[in-house]
Ligand binder design. Structure first.
Ligand SMILES: *Cc1c(COP(=O)(O)O)cnc(C)c1O
Length: 492
């Protein structure tokens, strides 16, 4: 469904014979094509390509680029996904020829600069995590989860232990149970208390010698710091299990506390969230993992290692690691994203990183203190870097759902917050302002939300009105392919 002002498709602009460039007549003899290209590759008719002029193409794409929202153009308070500003300095540095022009098959000797950068990044991430060994290989947070669970599986196999379960809280990101399944574990859900913390009774009832890993997000997806985390880790460890920390919320605790210090054995980072890599639209990201010493030998290959020779330090990619789970990605990982993370970390330094987290938490609490007066925030008086409001009452009283608020915000030039996650909050609206926003932006957001709540219900149900694309019927769209798929794939 397109709103009126949307750009037309290039095919709709097409006029027969229109061209962007006029090529000179061919002045070399043309060989008979049929002799060069096998029959089966030859088209029988010309492809249906748009015939348009160069200015039309330029205008088309320039207009398309304005239809989207981005962190460079709009406030983007997307909870859980940390859409912080992407410093342009990092873009410039990641585009240096020594980084973009290298080839993955170059020798280690000719890649010393990049390998040193990776080596130092491994060390920085180990320090921030409070863990011992790091792999930069995984291509995204979810991929890091999976790689780490493969590490855990290999570790338990070597210990001769049969552990087939992974526990995840009911507030966990969907990728946690999905990663567990992908690695062949049974995924078991642990309940949360009404206050939003891990229900210790429920955890104890599910904890036994078949549990390999408890995956926990801390601060959790409600933006609350799980104060019991050390006790949880102690109980899981007492049963021989490992603690996995979903590091997507590191923005709240950078430089303040370290997962390794509160009991985590493994974790992933989301450099595209926490360390300001540009993301959205599916990538690219990276998902480095950090693990405790006893798990280090199982990390994916290659690892960047440093040896000291009389000529000075030498960095190389180490493949010969017999206990490794092997490769989880081609070549070194998502190089550009990792370079940006390295630049971000060096720019801030230790004390700067701590200030990042402090300001992220301050901004979220300021916004929470304004929003809670007109939109209930069931689980928190105060929060870490994000909070979860609920439109449940609003829906009951006036028929205004979280989705309506999210869509209407777009009309005011604000990217929608995350909605309907975590699943434990009805009509959830998850708001994460990040540290890079000013008080004026936060005030504007709160005032806009307040104004929207008072608008006519019909206006909200049909929002957005000013965007290139109007509201799709997401429920019908989501149901259709799923039902068709279920019909075609009956359970076995
Ligand atoms: C974003 C996120 C993930 C997954 O990370 P990707 O890089 O998107 O794969 C996992 N857990 C939480 C809590 C997240 O917010």
């Amino acid at each position: 469904m397109r709103n009126k002002q949307a750009t037309r498709l290039l095919l709709e602009l097409s006029e027969p014979g229109r061209r962007g460039a006029v090529l000179p007549e061919c002045d070399v003899p043309c060989q008979n094509l049929e002799n060069l290209v096998p029959d089966r590759f030859l088209a029988t008719s010309a492809p249906n390509l748009p015939e348009v002029t160069e200015p039309e193409v330029v205008r088309h794409y320039a207009n398309l680029s304005t239809l989207n929202m981005s962190v460079d153009t709009h406030f983007y308070p997307l909870g859980s996904c940390t859409m912080k500003y992407n410093p342009k300095r990092n873009e410039r540095l990641a585009a240096l020829p020594g980084i973009v022009d290298v080839h993955p098959y170059q020798s280690d000797r000719s890649l010393q600069g990049l390998l040193r950068l990776f080596f130092e990044l491994q060390q920085m991430l180990a320090e921030i995590s409070g863990l011992d060994a790091v792999s930069l290989q995984p291509a995204a947070g979810a991929h890091g989860e999976m790689a780490a669970l493969m590490v855990a599986a290999a570790y338990f196999r070597d210990q001769g232990e049969l552990r087939n379960k992974v526990l995840t809280p009911d507030s966990a990101h969907g990728t946690n149970p999905a990663s567990a399944k992908m690695c062949g574990f049974e995924s078991v859900t642990v309940k949360s208390t009404p206050e939003g913390f891990v229900d210790m009774e429920d955890l104890r009832s599910k904890l036994d010698e078949t549990v390999a890993v408890f995956m926990i997000t801390n601060p959790n997806t409600l933006g609350l710091f799980e104060c019991n985390v050390a006790a949880i880790a102690e109980e899981v460890h007492a049963h021989g299990g490992l603690i996995y920390l979903d590091g997507a919320n590191m923005n709240a605790i950078l430089g303040i506390t370290r997962p390794g210090d509160f009991g985590a054995d493994m974790m992933h980072f989301n450099p595209h969230k926490t360390f300001s890599g540009p993301h959205g639209g599916g990538g690219p990201g990276a998902g480095p993992i950090a693990v405790a010493e006893k798990l280090g030998d199982y990390l994916p290959v290659p690892i960047v290692v440093k040896t000291n020779s009389p000529d000075g330090p030498f960095f190389h990619l180490e493949f010969d690691r017999p206990q490794s789970i092997g490769r989880v990605r081609s070549f070194f990982g998502n190089c550009g994203v990792l370079v940006r993370a390295y630049c971000y970390l060096l720019t801030h330094g230790g004390p700067g990183l701590r200030r990042v987290a402090e300001n992220a938490v301050l901004n979220a609490n300021y916004l929470l203190s304004r929003v809670k007066h007109f939109l209930p925030v069931p689980q928190s008086e105060s929060c870490m870097h994000e909070f979860v409001a609920s439109a449940a009452e609003l829906k009951q009283d006036r028929g205004i759902a979280a989705m309506d608020l999210a869509k209407r915000l777009l009309d005011y030039g604000i990217h929608a917050p995350t909605v309907y996650f975590p699943l434990t909050v009805k009509e959830a609206i998850m708001i994460e302002p990040t540290e890079t926003e000013s008080k004026e932006t936060l005030d504007h957001f709160a005032e806009t939300l307040f104004r929207i709540i008072d608008e006519p219900v019909d206006l909200l149900h049909e929002a957005p009105h000013t965007t290139g694309v109007s509201r799709p019927d997401e429920v019908a769209a989501a149901r259709k392919p799923i039902l068709k798929w279920v019909a075609n794939n009956p359970p076995t």
